[in-house]
Design a binder for this molecule. Sequence first.
Ligand code: EPU
Length: 425
Amino acid sequence: MEINYDTGKIVVAGGRRLSGTVRISGAKNAALVLICAATMATEPVILENVPDISDIHVLVRILSEIGLEVSWPAPGTLAVCATTAPQLPPPYQLVKKLRASNLLLGPLLARFGQAQVSLPGGCNIGVRPMDLHFKGLAALGADIRMEKGTVLASAGRLRGARIYLDFPSVGATENIMMAACLAEGQTILENVAKEPEIVDLANFLNCLGARVRGAGTDVIKIEGTDRLGGCLRYNVIPDRIEAGTYMIAAAATRGSVHLSGVISRHLEPLCAKLREAGVSVTEDEESVLVEGGGNYRPIDIKTLPYPGFPTDLQSQMMAFLSTVPGISLITENIFENRYRVADELARMGARIKVEGRLAVIEGVPALQGTQVRASDLRAGAALIIAGLMAQGRTEIYNPGYIFRGYHDIIGKLRALGAEISFQDE
Ligand code: EPU
């Protein structure tokens, strides 16, 4: 019988310090975009270190529903073969579950001359427009129309262009970068996102035969090519947000956790902030040791595009800071609606005041377990951290959000000594 993770709850018995080693999985946000990019390849692609999470499974189903060949030759290894033209549009029931499906727009348009994706509405973390994606693809020569909530894009051969992004959007950088690989001539993309997932995408595209330079800096230059080949072995980078979540959980439970299989350079913004708060963080290239338990100090955090502090770790930090003595401040600069978790933390005894983009957190001695509700993936992770710290039992509803992005979070936390389980209803 298939377990329905949208119902049920995660139950945490608080008060245990996490200790031991956790291996970090492949990055959700890298794997999602690489799978979309694989639809541009004219020969088979094999991706390794793909996390076993529901967002990936939804995207794989979307590709298979539109007629592409996708299979799992081994756990964590995904094969994609996009030799035939897709049958569009992808089913709305699946697309609406996954905002990242909009990353198919650039690849399908560039490879097959047309693409249709459902326009994502507002979501739980705020309004998420796509104007920058459209502006970039239009500059490459695409005709983009909106019909009944669906984006219809069509083009003959795309042409390279000089494109300036008003904001370094991750998704817009990715969509435009992918499309430009199959355009005629050179594309220069300015003020782009510099996240590690962008660099991973550029490396993968180059493995397919694209010519992308400058990823990881403000300017990316792409020499277009007629076709992209395949790539029989590409390893997805480790998930810096999953890693960060375990690091914060270690600090919050005053535990000691060693993370293996990470790229510690990607974790710098978090390492710096944890150290500022009084947490001991020791790193080498591929592992990090977090030792909590000293005298913690309050800190200020501002979320920013990479290499600034990631918005995807903001909620988890809020949970941690809720028991750090003194006043901590968080400014959320990326998504306007990422403070919904504050109300749930308040139900557990946290003192948090939110005003617009600013959250003021007054540390309390302890949180108390109760029933809470995840409003998005990272809010869910934050509530698990709060539950691990709290006195008594915490029940987290809407656990489906958490399984969208954390590979085996229950098993990994149990191996670190947490008392946590999923209970189906
Ligand atoms: N924005 C625009 N116009 C656009 C695109 C974005 O105004 O055309 C704005 C957004 O409204 C937002 C800001 O730019 O205020 C940042 O959005 P961005 O496009 O950078 O984010 P995204 O590509 O939609 C990815 C991740 C998110 C992560 C953000 C920021 C994927 C699939 N998603 O989203 O991940 O929070 O970058 O780093 O890569 C998560 O994993 O929990 C998650 C939400």
